[in-house]
Structure formats: structure tokens, C-alpha cells
Design a protein around this ligand. Structure first.
Ligand SMILES: C[S@@+](CC[C@H](N)C(=O)[O-])C[C@H]1O[C@@H](n2cnc3c(N)ncnc32)[C@H](O)[C@@H]1O
Ligand code: SF4
Length: 361
């Protein structure tokens, strides 16, 4: 594990930092754990956002380790100092990716290019009809115009453009056709497929109990946003999905496009186990999670968390304490110790669970 840690005066520095700049979003995508039908933010009366000065302090403090940054939201292009954040990260020698729904890409194309951003991940879930069904009317056209604008403006193939797709019951049957024809239309660099993360009510309850017993946490709203009835996934034809993913993978590799997929083992039974919530039988099952040493996330409310999608378990708040003090505190140490013994019941709903340690590099 030592090679993935960095130290500064004997304090560990994460090598991969996700900054959730804000909670606000201009879309309401159906499957989204934040703003979707059960989404954790749906009923919030006040939406959080990180202070720029705090973000800057974190970036400067961690500069020695040159972490890789990912900018998230909500929709990060709605953050009013987004280009200052990117500039600050670049000035401190790190790579930075942004994940966006693409609707504001065209508007900000010039500033994004000037900012020196390393890579833009655009969320697209299928062709115009399917994407707009899942993400809202008009979102496909806006994202495509944005991608084309960036491709036309960029020099030396920077920033890289990736397409990221959440595979759901709404779009699974269409992704092969969409992807193969899309590639002919736009010369993208990377592609990533994430199966919809979800949890059963049972594993959500066990997780809530775990947090209560070990960390005295009583509110688990964020985790609640993942709960789905597994019958939602009954109609997914896993044989077709596995064939299609193999085709996309082969096609990408032949076309020089980097292919990422979670879960990473393409196999119809593996997929069936995923969507039936038989996670213990999956070929991608993990017994340990390296991300608790490697990866930190600062949520829009300032909470420091380790697991991208499990925001209820926070170890401190950057509005009150120093980021690296939190990352090295006794609560983080306790969590790492507990996870060395066994994974948490909700780990399977964390998008990092299926990710390789190099992530999207
Ligand atoms: C929460 S969004 C934030 C960035 C931006 N708003 C966007 O949509 O790209 C980050 C990523 O999570 C994906 N996502 C949303 N709901 C998901 C789910 N239930 N399972 C897996 N990924 C999901 C989105 O499609 C997007 O690629
Ligand atoms: S655009 Fe992103 S954050 Fe907004 S609802 Fe869709 S997936 Fe969620």
C-alpha cells in the first residue's frame, strides 16, 4: 500500500481528491442518487456549496503530493468560481477532471480550454430519445453541441473528452447502437460505463445500524437515496448486455479509445448477480478497499468522507477543521481498521467499490 500514500510531516495526503463543489443541479435525472426519484437532495430546503477560499487551502496544502482531482456536483459548471478552482489546481501541478451533464459545456467552452482542464467527462446515457428520457428533454442536443465545440477548439488533444454512461433498465438495450454510431460522429478519447449503483433496503438498514453502533451516526439520508426495489431491474437482459459490452470494449480498443467499466468483469452471470443484489457471488467482489487510504472527498457542506457515494459517514468538516488533520484523525483510523476486518453492508453501492485503484487515469 505504501506506494499510494504520500506524507507531509508524517501526515498522509490522499492521492485522489474529489471536490463536490455544490449540490445544486439544473437537471433531475431519473436514476440520480442526488436529484433522482429517491434522491437525497430532493427535499432539501438549503443547498450547500464549498467556499472557494477553503477549496484553495486544501489544494495548496496537498500540492506536495500532486493528487489527482475530480470536480463534482450537483452540476460543477454551475459553481461560480469553477475556473478559479481549475486554475489553482493546475498552478499547483495536479491533473484535474470535471464530470458534467454537458448542458453548459458550449457556453463555457472557451473558458474551459483556457483553464487547462485535463479531461472532461460528459454524462450521456444513450441516443437523443433515451438520454432525454433519463436526463430530461433537450439535454442530449446541448451536450453534443458542447462536445463538438470543445473538440473543434482544443489543441494537441487536450482536454481529453470522455463519455460516461450510467447503465439502467431504461437505456441498457440501446447503448451498443448508440455508442457505435456516436463514435463515428464525434472523436472522443475515453468512455466509461457505470452500472446504476443501488442498495436493497436490507443492506441500507444494516449499514445504518453499523454507522450508529460504530460512529454514533443517526442520519443516513444519503444512503437512503440508493435504495431501490430489485424488481426495478428484472427486465434487464444480461446476456444481451454482456454481448454488447464486449462489442463496445473491442470496438473502443480498436479505435484507440480508453474503455472503463464498472463492474469490470463482463459476464452475463456476473451482471445477473449485480442486478439481483447477489453481490457476494460477483466475480468483482472485494474483501478490502484500498480507497480509504487513497481517496478523499469533500462534500459541498464541507464534510470529509472517504466513500464517494456514502456521504453519511463523515470524519470532520473543513469549515471548522484542517483538511489533513481530519484525514489523519482517529475516526478515519478507526474506519480503516474496521474495513480491514470486513467491508460495510453498503460498500456495494459505492461507485469506487468496483473501480480499479488507478481509477479513471
Ligand atoms: C452525481 S453526477 C455529478 C456530475 C454531473 N451533474 C453529471 O451528471 O455528470 C456524477 C455522475 O454520477 C452518475 N450517476 C448518477 N446517478 C447514478 C447512479 N445511481 N449510479 C451510478 N452513477 C450515477 C451521473 O450520471 C454522473 O456521471
Ligand atoms: S445532472 Fe448529474 S447531479 Fe444532476 S440530476 Fe443528473 S446525474 Fe444528478
Amino acid at each position: 500500500m505504501c506506494e499510494i500514500l504520500s506524507f507531509n510531516k508524517s501526515r498522509m495526503i490522499p492521492k485522489w481528491i474529489v471536490l463536490q463543489l455544490l449540490e445544486a443541479c439544473n437537471l433531475r435525472c431519473d436514476m440520480c442518487y442526488e436529484w433522482g426519484k429517491n434522491g437525497a437532495y430532493r427535499n432539501k430546503t438549503k443547498l450547500n456549496s464549498l467556499e472557494f477560499d477553503i477549496v484553495k487551502k486544501i489544494i495548496e496544502q496537498c500540492a506536495i503530493a500532486k493528487p489527482y482531482y475530480e470536480l463534482f456536483g450537483g452540476e460543477p459548471l454551475l459553481y461560480n468560481r469553477i475556473f478559479d478552482v481549475i486554475e489553482c489546481i493546475k498552478k499547483n501541478g495536479s491533473r484535474v477532471d470535471i464530470a458534467t451533464n454537458g448542458t453548459l459545456l458550449e457556453k463555457h467552452a472557451n473558458e474551459l480550454l483556457e483553464s487547462g482542464i485535463t479531461r472532461i467527462w460528459v454524462s450521456l446515457d444513450g441516443d437523443k430519445r433515451i438520454n432525454d428520457l433519463q436526463r430530461g428533454i433537450g439535454t442530449y442536443d446541448k451536450a453534443i453541441s458542447g462536445i463538438k465545440r470543445i473538440l473543434a477548439l482544443r489543441k494537441n488533444d487536450i482536454p481529453k473528452i470522455g463519455i460516461t454512461t450510467v447503465v439502467t433498465p431504461t437505456n441498457y438495450f440501446n447503448i451498443r447502437e448508440f455508442y457505435l454510431s456516436f463514435i463515428k460522429e464525434c472523436r472522443i478519447d475515453h468512455v466509461s460505463f457505470e452500472f446504476q449503483n443501488f442498495a436493497t433496503y436490507e443492506c441500507y438498514s444494516k449499514y445504518s445500524k453499523f454507522l450508529n453502533e460504530n460512529f454514533n451516526i443517526t442520519e443516513t439520508n444519503s444512503a437512503r437515496g440508493f435504495v431501490r426495489d430489485i424488481s426495478d431491474f428484472d427486465d434487464i437482459d444480461c446476456d444481451k448486455l454482456a454481448c454488447d459490452m464486449n462489442d463496445i470494449k473491442n470496438f473502443s480498443q480498436k479505435s484507440g479509445i480508453k474503455f472503463f467499466n464498472n463492474p469490470s468483469t463482463i459476464d452475463a452471470n456476473n451482471y445477473r448477480n449485480y442486478f439481483k443484489a447477489n453481490w457476494n457471488d460477483m466475480l468483482d467482489k472485494r474483501n478490502k478497499c484500498p480507497f480509504v487510504y487513497l481517496h478523499a472527498e469533500v462534500s459541498a457542506s464541507g464534510d470529509v468522507i472517504m466513500c464517494h457515494t456514502l456521504q453519511d459517514l463523515n470524519f470532520g468538516n473543513v469549515n471548522k477543521e484542517d483538511f489533513l488533520d481530519i484525514w489523519n484523525n482517529k475516526h478515519c483510523a478507526k474506519y480503516r481498521r474496521l474495513l480491514r476486518k470486513e467491508m460495510m453492508p453498503m460498500c456495494i453501492a459505492c461507485s469506487r467499490y468496483y473501480t480499479q485503484t488507478e481509477g479513471h487515469s
